[in-house]
Write a protein that binds this ligand. Structure first.
Ligand code: FES
Length: 396
């Protein structure tokens, strides 16, 4: 309260007052006593000051360069798995290191600015309540302008430009992941783009869509003119029905090989294809068969023998492993309750009702993969009939 008693003796319009007088008065009226105030460089432009400005500017420029490096790496670094190349493994570390160092440089630059260039000040502040009057608003305004002056940007343009050069790329670092997804058209390519199909599609054009010349081939027989895609383990070995015990499940991949004859169906190139093949108990399979009518696509999906048939084969069913919430692998199968749990956000899917989501954030069923068995081995009788994984804007 005492701070307000002297207001009448202080004319804020007095032209003889310096800005610092106004700042001090503003502080005093706010119950802030400036007990010590001393500029770091009473004589501007000394060698010591210039050295401090240069080193701080260097930190900001370094931050800018690292920000630019982040943006370039984000766009140009080869992030996709390529056999024999390890560069894809460095994609995330490179992004992390460039962004982390950029932020560190900005942080050190700001700290050094405060410690080396801003005036030394010790002030004691008291709280006060209520709105400010016009005079106090003026005093506060002058205080803010004074703070801007003390930053010394007018007198040290190099520092201002360096700070700007450092902050702008850092702004791009924050913005580019948002814009990055819009740079490439996700629907470019055959069949509506890669969001619309997986490597289970027997069409060789689709699995080679991004390559200048075909590199990958499917392996599987043609039945009644219908090409099938082999269903294999992680090591490329084929799977027989008796390999999966009742109540058991196994992760399967499309039998795709590269030109050198190496199995690549489990590689990052086909990361949308992991599928859970499940062997249901008789009573559970009966419930599923009754529920297939809830999703007509699953009831009539398999046309290998020339007439519509369910996507299931015997007591076996295969669902996409990619969670329809955010794409994690949904793979925790609770046999007793026939629920499939996604560990990321605890979505649960009812296996005996076409993988209906019954708990958690997922709202879409896991797509079912048409199954068949030829000569004792499992094959996919076509691709998923709806896009797998999380939703996207134009999802049909
Ligand atoms: Fe599966 Fe979120 S990704 S619940």
């Amino acid at each position: 309260m005492s701070a307000h008693t002297d207001e009448t003796h202080f004319d804020v319009e007095d032209p003889r007052l310096t800005r610092f007088d106004l700042v001090q008065e503003g502080a005093r009226r706010d119950g802030v006593e400036i007990v010590h105030y001393e500029p770091r460089f009473p004589v501007p432009g000394t060698r010591r000051e210039r050295r401090a400005v240069r080193s701080i500017s260097l930190l900001f420029l370094l931050a800018g360069l690292l920000g630019v490096a982040f943006v370039v790496a984000y766009i140009a670094w080869p992030w996709q798995y390529k056999m024999g190349s390890g560069l894809d493994k460095l994609y995330t570390p490179v992004l992390g290191v460039t962004m982390g160092l950029s932020l560190t440089c900005i942080g050190f630059g700001l700290i050094a600015w405060g410690k080396k260039l801003l005036p030394e000040e010790i002030a004691v502040q008291e709280r006060h309540d209520g709105p400010s009057d016009a005079a106090e608003a003026r005093l506060t305004g002058e205080t803010i302008v004074n703070m801007g002056d003390e930053l010394g940007l007018k007198r040290r343009p190099l520092l201002g430009m360096a700070a700007l050069a450092g902050m702008l790329p850092l702004g791009a670092v924050i913005g580019i992941p948002l814009v990055g997804g819009l740079i490439r058209n996700p629907h470019k390519g055959p069949d509506g783009g890669p969001l619309m199909f997986t490597a289970w599609s027997p069409n060789p054009e689709l699995i080679n869509a991004n390559l200048s010349e075909p590199e990958f081939i499917h392996v599987g027989p043609v039945v009644n003119g219908f090409p099938l895609v082999g269903m294999v383990r992680e090591d490329g070995s084929k799977i027989r029905p008796e390999d999966v015990s009742i109540g058991g499940q196994i992760t399967v991949f499309p039998a795709i090989y590269n030109k050198a004859g190496i199995f690549v169906g489990n590689s990052n190139d086909f990361a949308d294809s992991p599928t859970l093949l499940m062997h249901l108990r008789d009573e559970d399979a009966a419930v599923l068969r009754a529920n297939l009518a809830n999703v007509p696509l699953n009831q009539v999906g398999n046309t290998v023998d020339g007439k519509p048939a369910p996507n299931t084969w015997g007591n076996f069913v295969a669902y996409s492993k990619i969670c329809t919430h955010a794409g994690c692998p949904a793979s925790l199968y609770e046999q007793q309750t026939n629920r499939l749990l996604c560990p990321c956000h605890q979505s649960q899917f009812n296996i005996v009702d076409n993988a209906l989501p019954i708990f958690g954030p997922a709202t879409r069923r896991l797509p079912m993969l048409p199954l068949t068995v030829v000569d004792g081995f499992f094959y996919a009788a076509g691709d998923y009939q709806v896009p797998i994984g999380p939703g996207f804007w134009e999802r049909p």
